[in-house]
Design a binder for this molecule. Structure first.
Ligand code: TYD
Length: 222
């Protein structure tokens, strides 16, 4: 299969309150306006394993951090491989996929309890099956993230305390540094206004789409 038939795979990452959901909506609209077929999806998923994870995150179910890490890994594999709406199939069929969190979320959030090498090893199957064309990290001050969370949500989830957010951000940075030779990561300043953040994300992804390459080629011809 030629690479042009394959969909683009973009993973969006950030601490809670980074504005990821809004940016994903804006990115998806922007791509659709350019005739790109886009599928937006998230982890944890709304499948059976993801549903169990959400029960744990909201405190309705209890589990050891090692079990939580294993559930995220299993949820991810199911997300990639399941026959009904698996991502691998969609990408091969030419649909582009925007993923709200992928394995870098596990490296950042679960490494508070579990050594990061173990998490990277545990997710090796996912990275071998499908590595994002680009991981977009929306970087925001934990302070600002907390303010947004307080405004927008009715309940506080397990990972939403400020010091927790600050250490998750540090872990993201550590993971990006560790994997810099194998993963494409673009940092976006998420402290700016939403429109500017959206433009920075568009600029970061456009080279992965045919229209982006044509626009670039056009500029070179001028
Ligand atoms: P969610 O309410 O979807 O948060 P958000 O909109 O910020 O993505 O909850 C997802 C939570 O799960 C979030 O706190 C991050 C956490 N998480 C992990 O700890 N490990 C993972 O591998 C993933 C995908 C998410």
């Amino acid at each position: 299969m030629s690479t042009d038939q394959r969909g683009t795979f973009i993973a969006l990452e950030g601490i809670d309150g980074s504005g990821k959901s809004t940016q994903i909506r804006m990115l998806s609209d922007w791509l659709q306006e350019r005739q790109i077929s886009v599928y937006v999806t998230m982890e944890p998923t709304d499948g059976p394993i993801g549903t169990m994870i959400r029960q744990i995150l909201t405190g309705r179910m209890q589990a050891d951090p090692r079990v939580i890490a294993a559930l995220f890994t299993a949820d991810r594999l199911d997300h990639l491989l399941n026959e009904v709406n698996g991502i691998v199939h969609k990408i091969r069929a030419g649909t582009s996929v925007i993923m709200d969190r992928y394995y870098f979320s596990s490296y950042a959030y679960q490494s508070v309890d579990i050594p990061m090498e173990q998490l990277i090893l545990a997710n090796a199957q996912s990275s071998e099956i499908l590595r994002p064309d680009v991981n977009i990290f929306i970087d925001i001050e934990p302070e600002l993230a907390m303010e947004r969370i307080a405004q927008n949500r009715f309940h506080r989830e397990l990972f939403e305390e400020k010091s927790r957010l600050a250490s998750v951000r540090e872990k993201y940075m550590e993971a990006f540094e560790r994997l810099k030779d194998t993963e494409k990561v673009v940092m976006i300043d998420g402290n700016q206004d939403q429109k500017k953040v959206a433009q920075d994300i568009q600029a970061a992804v456009q080279e992965y789409f045919r229209f982006g390459r044509e626009e670039t080629a056009g500029r070179y011809r001028e």
